[in-house]
Design a protein around this ligand. Structure first.
Ligand code: CU
Length: 130
């Protein structure tokens, strides 16, 4: 939804005309919905920084399962928003936000947009803490 870019869904590269059939319109790093491999793997206790670059014209409510995080920057600004632990953050159109957390809850965890129509349409990925 940021202008058509190539992305894959279920291991297949989608063309623009595939969208009505697959109902996939969003992607993380070029992959719509759950990929076979995790977005990343972390060792338990490892500090993780996720930089989310929103290359769309929409606001998204990014949500992580199994962990709480702090927002460490939005755009070029370091932030301290006073509510240090979160499980969801808003990322604005064309905005970059960095979050950090300690991956201390082993398992397979979702990272997705909490606007559930976006999540169902591709904006869902996962990571693994081992
Ligand atoms: Cu969204």
């Amino acid at each position: 939804m940021g202008g058509f870019v190539d992305f894959t869904y279920n291991g297949k590269r989608l063309e623009g005309e595939d969208t009505p059939h697959t109902k996939q319109a969003w992607a993380f790093n070029g992959v719509a919905n759950l990929s076979e491999k995790p977005l990343f793997q972390a060792k338990s206790g490892e500090t993780i920084v996720i930089e989310t670059v929103n290359q769309t014209g929409w606001v998204h409510a990014m949500h992580i399962h199994g962990h709480h995080f702090r927002i460490i920057s939005r755009g070029d600004s370091l932030v301290d928003e006073g509510k240090p632990w979160r499980d969801t953050f808003l990322v604005g159109p064309e905005q970059t936000t960095k979050i950090a957390f300690v991956a201390d809850n082993p398992g397979k965890r979702l990272y997705h947009c909490h606007m559930l129509e976006h999540a169902a349409a591709g904006m869902t990925t996962w990571f693994e803490v081992i």
